[in-house]
Design a protein around this ligand. Structure first.
Ligand SMILES: [Zn+2]
Ligand SMILES: [Zn+2]
Length: 353
């Protein structure tokens, strides 16, 4: 089955063509349809900011490495016992690329993100079809298109970030990094009652997008004094919630200075495996009592992400679309940063939008 994959491990941006990571189409074996499984004919699969990390061998180096964990599509077949979610053939769906088994100790302890069998059903969705366990699959609301539906997984990450903020209505919030997760987190926190909502982002188009998405303020960290702007916006008290969605090791050290006393700071991106953040324990944990946390995956967030989809502004995320055979061009477009999201059309399925 035709699947977009990393065919050579390496940095996709490497100058030297011999060292550069490569994306291509590979032929993967068809996935078995187990009794509780759902086979989805994939409509759209989004390219994720983590895909270049996968290409660098972050999760393994044996090629080909199949890609695609942000998908929408139509149910093509159901296993004989796949009836607990009420899905039927032809339903428009999206889902969680991870299956939480429900049986291991972390799953039974309310911590699905640490499921010991989390990779068992992690199958690449940038393909003609993908087969997942029924517990991974969600029916899309009627007023959400298949293109928009492909955003369900990143929206679930934004919901998880919101959960971890423990935001109180009216809290002051700053988001660093206007990529897809930063923009979606900003929109979700706006709905959640965030105030003085600020986006820190060096690219002008992304700052404009944040303003369309509900930001009250934007800061260009390259042209402005970020600390002075934050003081002005918060009356010198700092932000109650600070979110990093940039993953940038240049951006993260300065974020602690923006946090108010008692604030929660969320490192909501992927970081280089060898990066260590300098942290003054006296200033930030003793005197300021900050809570520092991160987000690995998004357990318990999908049902609410489905509810939120029709209420989010997703136009900016659904404009760049490439066919499966043009996956190489799609990744080049992703790396250019011109679009917050690049979608791959895996099958031509009529869509509402
Ligand atoms: Zn992703
Ligand atoms: Zn489990």
């Amino acid at each position: 089955m035709k699947t977009v994959a990393v065919t050579r491990v390496g940095n996709l941006r490497a100058e030297d063509a011999d060292e550069r990571g490569l994306i291509g189409l590979a032929d993967f074996p068809a996935q078995p349809l187990g009794p509780e499984d759902v086979r989805i004919r994939v409509a759209y699969a989004g390219i994720c900011g983590s895909d270049p990390h996968v290409a660098e061998g972050y999760f393994g180096t044996e090629v080909p490495i199949g890609l695609g964990h942000e998908i929408s599509g139509v149910v093509e077949a159901l296993g004989e016992r796949a009836h607990r979610t009420g899905l039927g053939v032809g339903d428009r769906v999206a889902g969680n690329f991870l299956r939480f088994c429900g049986t291991c100790l972390p799953c039974r302890d309310g911590r699905q993100q640490f499921c010991e069998f989390i990779q068992e059903y992690n199958r690449p969705g940038m393909a003609e079809t993908v087969t997942w366990h029924e517990s991974q699959v969600y029916r899309l609301p009627d007023d959400v298109s298949l293109r928009q539906g492909a955003l369900l997984e990143p929206v679930s990450v934004a919901v998880r970030i919101a959960d971890k903020t423990r935001l109180r209505v009216g809290d002051r919030v700053v988001v660093c990094g206007g990529g897809p997760i930063g923009q979606l987190a900003l929109q979700v926190l706006k709905l959640h009652g965030a105030t003085s909502l600020t986006m820190i982002e060096p690219i002008a188009e992304r700052r404009e997008m944040a303003l369309r998405g509900g930001a009250d303020h934007v800061i260009d960290p390259l042209a402005e004094d970020q600390g002075a702007r934050a003081e002005e916006i918060t009356g010198g008290r700092g932000f109650d919630v600070v979110i990093d969605a940039s993953g940038s090791t240049r951006a993260v050290p300065g974020l602690l200075d923006l946090a108010a006393h008692g604030a929660t700071v969320i490192y909501g991106a992927m970081y280089p495996a060898d990066y260590e953040l300098p942290l003054n324990l006296s200033s930030f944990l003793y005197l300021k009592e900050l809570t520092l946390t991160g987000v690995f995956v998004s357990p318990y967030a999908f049902p609410r992400a489905v509810q939120l989809l029709p209420h989010l502004r997703l136009d900016d995320f659904t404009r760049a679309v490439y066919d499966l055979d043009d996956a190489v061009a799609a990744f080049a477009e992703h790396l250019s940063g011109r679009h917050p999201k690049v979608l791959i059309r895996c099958n031509d399925i009529p869509d509402g939008s």
